[in-house]
Design a protein around this ligand. Structure first.
Ligand SMILES: Cc1cc2nc3c(=O)[nH]c(=O)nc-3n(C[C@H](O)[C@H](O)[C@H](O)COP(=O)(O)OP(=O)(O)OC[C@H]3O[C@@H](n4cnc5c(N)ncnc54)[C@H](O)[C@@H]3O)c2cc1C
Length: 396
């Protein structure tokens, strides 16, 4: 049993805060140890499928998230060479009725702030910043988080929600650094008035081209457009958030239709990421220590599900703790068992989407266009039901 010791959560990103909130609402004391000096999120937009809203509802913050969201009307797939629509998925009434929640886009900072406010209002959650967890030791009925400088923090369990470069994973799984995908992503946010008027669509739009793609959607009450452009340039080194001149970005997309180039040309203050993921692993729990979110199953963004999966993890973990009456080891094992295959599926599908939907050329692209255009709206909803339907396996 947990006794009086708190559950330690390493990392105060979307996954870590959702976990703290879920565990606190299940009646447990939680201490979040965040490395950064301040709690916050870098980056602009994030897409949330209905499954994310199911998780946010379970955490008690669904209403707050819905209030800040933009409800895009469709997911639109465009051919970046011809500028023709390949297909779209209608996110209107039939979609919402099928999945009992909307598909929406939100600002990352706003989503993080909603979780942070809820954590701050929860007396069972303690938040510490400037607290990097470098490793852990397990002994008897507790686990001790090791901080640089020799400080030790004891808890009933340790949840590693410390992201892609997780130190906890390094110790628990030990599978080396993440896999560098060779895909370079550039991100920018542009004021809506600078978005070409004919392209101010109420959609999450994906322009798919040979070895590259462009994504845009409205954000922040339509004040801005989120712009993410990616090319498969075989970049070998991981990079996160490095500023990059606009000319460098534009140069990689000269082969695309002028309409797409007119969007990229509006970008400013570009930042660059070289994307990483990992092969799925079945086990990410050891005794009283568990991984969660990107620490457990980092994925490329092509299913727009990394944060959604992290929030589902948080709900599942809290329910497992409730089900097992706070008995940590069986609860963590049940959480791992409930989540491993679903998250592995999303990890692998995200890679496959890059190869077969986002980046193909020639006959491969023609096949994509034909197959995706052939689906009816009802068929799209059925295709996505395993992901968006119900709550997914969040009950352990
Ligand atoms: C370009 C791009 C677009 C994306 N779009 C979407 C989308 O549309 N929808 C979606 O659902 N997902 C999307 N994602 C994925 C999503 O951003 C991540 O999956 C999600 O943010 C992971 O959350 P996390 O809390 O697990 O990890 P992180 O957000 O990485 O948080 C980890 C936290 O741990 C802290 N930390 C790190 N190391 C330590 C340590 N040793 N000790 C203590 N603290 C530590 C960090 O400072 C950070 O606060 C996208 C990702 C990218 C790159």
């Amino acid at each position: 049993m947990t006794g009086a010791l708190p559950i330690l959560v390493a990392g105060g990103g979307i996954g870590g805060l959702a976990t703290a909130l879920g565990l606190a609402r299940a009646g447990l004391q939680v201490l979040v140890l965040e490395r950064a000096a301040e709690l916050g999120e870098v980056g602009a937009g994030i897409q949330l499928g209905p499954n994310a809203f199911h998780a946010l509802d379970a955490l008690g913050v669904g209403e707050a998230a819905r209030a800040t969201a933009i409800y895009v009307e469709r997911l639109r797939l465009m051919d970046a060479l011809s500028a023709a629509e390949i297909c779209h998925i209608d996110l209107g009434e039939a979609f919402r009725a099928r999945f009992a929640n909307p598909y929406a886009v939100v600002h990352r900072g706003e989503l993080h702030a909603i979780l942070l406010r809820a954590c701050r209002a929860e007396p069972r959650v303690m938040l510490r910043t400037g607290a990097e967890v470098a490793g852990y030791v397990q002994e008897g009925g507790s686990v001790t988080a090791l901080l640089p400088g020799g400080e030790q923090v004891r808890g009933a369990a340790l949840i590693g929600a410390d992201g892609l470069w997780s130190r906890i994973r390094g110790q628990l799984v030990g599978d080396g650094p993440p896999r560098v995908s060779g895909h370079t992503t550039y991100r920018s946010v542009i004021p809506t008035e600078q978005m070409p008027e004919a392209l101010r669509w109420n959609a999450a739009t994906l322009w798919a081209g040979p070895k590259c793609h462009v994504v845009h959607y409205p954000l922040q009450g339509w004040k801005t457009f989120n712009l993410v452009v990616t090319c498969h340039d075989d970049a070998a080194e991981p990079v996160a958030g490095r500023p990059v001149p606009a000319e460098q970005v534009v140069a990689g997309f000269r082969h695309l239709h002028p309409m797409v180039r007119s969007i990229i040309g509006q970008g400013r203050d570009w930042r660059l990421w070289v994307l990483c993921d990992r092969d799925p692993v079945e086990r990410w729990v050891e005794g009283r220590v568990a991984l969660l979110g990107d620490a457990a199953h980092p994925m490329l963004q092509y299913m727009a599900q990394g944060a959604c999966m992290a929030m589902e993890d948080a709900v599942c973990l809290a329910r497992a703790m409730e089900t097992h009456g706070g008995a940590v080891e069986p609860a963590l094992a049940a959480y791992n068992a409930a989540r491993a295959l679903r998250t592995a599926r999303v990890q692998l599908l995200s890679r496959a989407m890059g190869e077969h939907v986002y980046h193909p050329a020639g006959a491969h692209a023609a096949l994509r266009n034909a197959m995706m255009a052939a689906k009816t709206q009802a068929e799209w909803r059925e295709t996505l039901a395993w992901l968006y339907g119900g709550e997914g396996p969040v009950t352990a």
